[in-house]
Design a binder for this molecule. Structure first.
Ligand code: AMP
Length: 194
């Protein structure tokens, strides 16, 4: 199963992806996590991406497309994967189509998590507080100021993907304001229906 989770930052994509990993035994491919790992390891990609990520802007399509293309060829992706936070631009969405077509694979579904904007910033602040109290590093971009820029980027560059996938008949929309388990339940319903 090859799945895309779509939605603004704080919509719950990462949370749902982790649950789906457990249930379906396919990996979560989070470009945000991969980029943060590259920043931490101080690789060339990481050094190029750091300032852009800290500002809440999007890293270049070329960088993320290359990271994902390499990742989906790993053996653990043989039975599918969940794309979390990718694609985020129309150019990335086109790149996914090409990547899959080149490998003779197809996308099964795109699931959009719909969440009220006002709830999003609260979720991000909570995530930062929880990380801090658990003694984990707090993401530099999880603060209200940078969050505003992340949301602007989302509406400008990522939101058009809903029309893109709707036109392809692949878009499924789930109410992301429901409880975590209810959202999972709705996603599972979608997966059963495809
Ligand atoms: P995330 O963890 O998905 O919220 O991503 C954190 C940051 O990583 C984003 O604000 C971007 O700077 C960068 N990033 C993650 N995924 C992408 C992507 N698909 N395209 C461009 N930038 C990305």
């Amino acid at each position: 199963m090859r799945l895309i989770l779509l939605g603004p930052p704080g919509a719950g994509k990462g949370t749902q992806a982790q649950i789906l990993v457990e249930r379906h035994g396919i990996p979560q491919l989070s470009t945000g996590d991969m980029l943060r790992a590259a920043v931490k390891a101080e690789t060339e990609v990481g050094m190029r991406a750091k300032a852009v990520m800290d500002a809440g802007e999007l890293v270049s399509d070329a960088i993320v497309n290359a990271i994902v293309a390499e990742r989906i060829d790993q053996p653990d992706c043989a039975n599918g994967f969940i794309l979390d936070g990718y694609p985020r631009t129309l150019a990335q969405a086109d790149a996914v189509e090409d990547m899959l077509a080149e490998r003779g694979l197809k996308l099964d579904a795109v699931i959009e998590l719909l969440v009220d904007d006002k709830a999003l910033v609260g979720r991000i602040v909570k995530r930062a507080q929880e990380a801090q109290s658990a003694g984990q590093p707090v993401r530099k971009d999880d603060n209200p100021e940078v969050f505003e820029e992340r949301l602007r980027e989302y509406y400008k560059k990522t939101a058009p993907l809903t029309g893109y996938y709707y036109a392809k008949g692949r878009l499924h929309t789930v109410d992301g304001m429901a409880s975590i388990s209810d959202v999972t339940g709705r996603i599972e319903e979608v997966l059963r229906s495809i």
